[in-house]
Design a protein around this ligand. Structure first.
Ligand code: DC
Length: 290
């Protein structure tokens, strides 16, 4: 979707008046429910959705496929740069049983070159065509690597840990930064990740930090993996969550932390809908300029 299309959509949304289209950051640890909440919020607001974790996961899968060691920072950084600059990773709106919008990496690259921001790793969660539905991923989008749908492959436990490893490499973060900024540049976007409010868009108009106790987050991740037919134990899932929490929050570059001006939301004992309602109300108030 081009910037012009997005502006047209905004004009035609009933009751939107001259609401400003904001950049909404949702950061927090694994399993806090960011995917569900970010998708619901984007649908509700008619905003684009950008799952930045999926981009790091795509890099991890590429590393795994090429056979690089997780500690080979130099080669992984070079690969990430090639993936980002070559337009080899794309996030697209998913649909149950529907083929990806583009299965051709070259075409996806050309489209990005032509249309800039919203195509560079973004999915439209609530355009005039209707909300994004998907049988893939927590964020309801398809993730493509060289045109191949890798939405399920990037959710495997070893790729989760690999994503945590590659995301600690400064050259990887640098390579993916421009892609994320480009995706959010036009506003009217919900970006989900770890460092959106602190590094990617420190000037985002609305920032949320979503968290929950580790046991609750691990149970959610465990249920999600089981539902996907992946065999794991709860104990292994909990230890993965704790390991990733530690790695994500202790890394030297862009560690996971709440931005000073982010609103803290505990999803532990609240329904996603309740949280989405609260967030949407807040965004709408800010969008009116309050
Ligand atoms: O949200 P997720 O579990 O899909 O993210 C996968 C990994 O990517 C996670 O270990 C942290 C990393 N990540 C990051 O460092 N910065 C982001 N903005 C998003 C994800």
């Amino acid at each position: 979707m081009t910037e012009r299309h997005r502006q047209d959509d905004a004009r035609h949304l009933p009751g939107q008046g001259d609401l400003r289209r904001l950049r909404v950051a949702i950061d927090g640890p694994a399993g806090a429910g960011k995917g569900t909440v970010a998708r619901g919020l984007a649908e509700r607001l008619g905003y684009l959705l950008v799952d930045t974790g999926a981009i790091y996961r795509a890099v991890a899968l590429a590393v795994h496929r090429v056979g690089l060691a997780w500690d080979d920072s130099g080669a992984i950084g070079t690969l990430a740069e090639d993936l980002a600059s070559g337009g080899r990773i794309a996030l697209e709106r998913g649909g149950p049983g529907a083929p990806p919008d583009s299965t051709d990496a070259r075409a996806a690259h050309d489209a990005r070159a032509a249309h800039t921001a919203s195509d560079a790793g973004a999915t439209d969660a609530g355009s005039a065509d209707g909300p994004a539905h998907s049988s893939v991923g927590g964020s309801g989008m398809r993730v493509l690597l060289d045109g191949e749908d890798i939405s399920s492959a990037i959710r495997a436990p070893e790729i989760s840990l690999g994503a945590s490893r590659v995301s600690a490499i400064p050259a990887v973060r640098k390579a993916l930064l421009a892609m994320q900024r480009q995706a959010g540049a036009g506003g009217g976007v919900v970006l989900e990740g770890r460092d959106i409010g602190t590094v990617v868009f420190p000037d985002a108009e609305v920032k949320f930090y979503l968290t929950a106790p580790a046991e609750i987050r691990a149970k959610r991740r465990y249920d999600e993996l089981v539902a996907r037919g992946i065999t794991v134990s709860f104990e292994a899932t909990l230890s993965d969550v704790l390991r990733r929490d530690k790695a994500d929050s202790e890394r030297a570059v862009a560690p996971l932390r709440k931005a000073d001006d982010a609103i803290l939301v505990d999803s532990g004992h609240r329904s996603p809908q309740e949280i989405i309602d609260e967030m949407a109300t807040l965004v709408e108030i800010r969008a009116r300029g309050a």
